[in-house]
Design a protein. Sequence first.
Length: 155
Amino acid sequence: MHSYNKYNEGTYYKIVKLKTGETILCTMNHDVRSLASETHLQMNVPVQVIPHQETRRNGQVIGESFVLRPWIGLSDSDEFTISTDIVLTIGSLKKEVRQQYVNYIEHTIETQKRQEEQIEREEAAENLLREITPGELYFVDEPLNMENNHDENQE
């Protein structure tokens, strides 16, 4: 998700309903209003919408919310091209849904950066330990008792 930039001009925020039942939020580089003239769509930074029923303790349904998650979570790609044959409909996002999408993407990018920085720190520590030659590094199994050592030195 490194290529995402919410300030790009010409970025269109879309909701895509697939024939599989999946609902996808994404950006597109051009404003697709009709599927009739398209054979394929390029979706940028696609996020799947998972509906979730809100219920009270007595089981009464009081509404529906949604959870966002990466559409294809096992890929690190930001762009996916799909056939319009599997698309049921496409539309623009409501302003508040667009903001939630942007917040989700920004949070995801920030989390990825922190994870990458943590991995870099761990790799640097491992490389440093590999560079230390045998005999330079001592492991102590038991804590030193400074009082006993001090007493032995005085005798």
